[in-house]
Design a protein around this ligand. Structure first.
Ligand code: MTE
Length: 433
């Protein structure tokens, strides 16, 4: 346990260490483009014109690994958690290493995990999905039954409503992994709920669905029938393979664009009713407390949000020069249509390029060229979605929502790039706002 780093202190320490070693390796920061790792950092025996050591031996054979693993040189790419955040490791969250990922797909092994009662390990032979309540014919399905049905595959992001929740009052955690890593984006395959309800039939007053998990928490959420029949899936695969236990093996609910708490994992029961159930996860939790003391309930949709993933506290700059600034944007309401990036704290904005493909309710990768002159800079991104909604500044968000909330923080993230190249999570003060 103790090998986990303290992100509060360590995000910057890591950034500093990496930066210093890069500078030491190059002899001096001046003149580096930051695009090429300095040759001095490598073992010169392996560099041209020499023949590297791996070119002089036979590699392991094809029987070496039945299931592939990342290169041993990518060991730093992993989920991390914040031990001081919660009392136990079973009811908490770990974070996706956004700073180390490319494109918009999250590899299965690093999708953030959020459990209320630890990871359930379920034998699919012993697992069933029951559908009952206001249906014409209650049914029970095995996992194999589900796999025989017509299925669909879609890329969708899945974001915990508490993502960036620690950042409401001020800049708190110094790393994109910890500020924004409660999101993943996966190619889900499963049976549309509409197909299952076609089989059970629905009573005329069937308005809500209660989804229940088979883990120790028996987590439940009420889903409006309109959403259930629209695009919800009972997924059994992610990124081309069976769901990982962390993500709900053997089956989970996929509720595109809605807060991840509703994506019930280890799904075992769907009860159809005529009203919502008002269970714990939709009353005491996952409601948004306002300055008035009242709270929003059923604030399901994850509004448009974006973050710059390079540079970031974990990925500092390596001297002045050209950089391709990159990030991710997403919206629970549909497609991202534009991302703007500012290098001066939001005074001036430039439009970034969106990488194809741009799918609805899916992470979208953006990129913008930047020639850094070595001076202090304040990098910010803002996402705009197909409804015309513009991602707010933290100031704008706080004006409406106050600071008591935990959930649904989609405010703009500001990174300060220092002349040293280090990057820090900062909050702007709006003097004349
Ligand atoms: N489903 C069950 N059965 N048990 C849980 O603890 N956690 C929920 C949701 N589904 C949870 C669950 C929460 S709060 C989140 S954020 C997402 O699962 C996390 O999904 P992930 O672990 O695939 O990232």
């Amino acid at each position: 346990m103790s090998h986990e780093r303290d992100p509060k202190r360590d995000g910057l320490a890591v950034a500093r260490r990496r930066f210093l070693s890069a500078v030491a390796a190059s002899g001096a920061a001046a003149g580096l483009t930051g695009l090429v790792r300095p040759a001095q950092a490598a073992n010169p025996d392996n560099l041209p014109p020499n023949e590297p050591e791996w070119a002089r031996v036979l590699g392991p054979g094809v029987d070496d690994r039945g299931y592939g693993l990342p290169s041993i040189y990518e060991k730093h790419v992993k989920r991390r958690w914040v031990p001081w955040l919660t009392a136990s490791s079973e009811s908490t969250v770990n974070f996706t290493p956004l700073q180390d990922l490319h494109g918009f797909v999250t590899p299965n092994g690093v999708c953030f995990e959020r459990h209320h009662s630890g990871r359930a390990e379920i034998d699919p032979e012993d697992h069933r999905l029951i559908i009952h309540g206001l249906v014409d014919k209650p049914l029970m399905f095995t996992v194999e039954d589900l796999k025989r049905m017509p299925s669909e595959s879609h890329f969708y992001f899945c974001e915990c409503a508490a993502n960036s929740g620690m950042e409401w009052r001020n800049a708190q955690l110094n790393g994109v992994q910890f500020t924004h890593g409660m999101v993943h984006c996966v190619h889900w395959t499963g049976v549309p709920l509409r197909v299952l309800f076609e089989q059970t039939g629905l009573k005329p007053n069937a308005k809500w669905v209660l989804a229940e998990g088979a883990d120790g928490a028996a987590m439940t959420r009420s889903i409006p029938m309109e959403k259930a029949l629209d695009d919800c899936l009972v997924a059994y695969a992610q990124n081309g393979e069976a769901l990982r236990p962390e993500q709900g093996y053997p089956i989970r609910l996929v509720v595109p664009g809605f807060e991840a708490n509703m994506w019930v994992k280890w799904l075992r029961r769907l009860e159809v009713g005529d009203q919502a159930w008002y269970h714990r996860e939709e009353t005491s939790k996952y409601t948004d407390l306002l300055p008035s003391g009242k709270a929003y309930i059923f604030s399901w949709v994850m509004e448009a949000k974006s973050v710059i993933t390079f540079p970031c506290p974990e990925k500092p700059l390596n001297g002045p020069g050209y950089y391709s600034v990159r990030g991710l944007a997403w919206s629970g309401r549909g497609r991202i249509t534009r991302v703007d990036v500012s290098f001066d704290g939001g005074r001036n904005w430039q439009t970034a390029k969106l990488q194809d493909p741009v799918y609805p309710k899916c992470l979208t990768r953006f990129e913008i060229p930047w020639r850094w002159n070595g001076e202090r800079a304040l990098l910010v991104s803002r996402a705009i979605d197909e409804t015309g909604y513009v991602q707010p500044t933290m100031y704008e968000l706080q004006k409406v929502r106050g600071v008591e909330s935990v959930y649904h923080n989609n405010g703009q993230q500001v990174w300060e790039v220092k002349p040293s190249g280090e990057v820090e999570n900062v909050r702007l003060r709006y003097v004349n706002a």
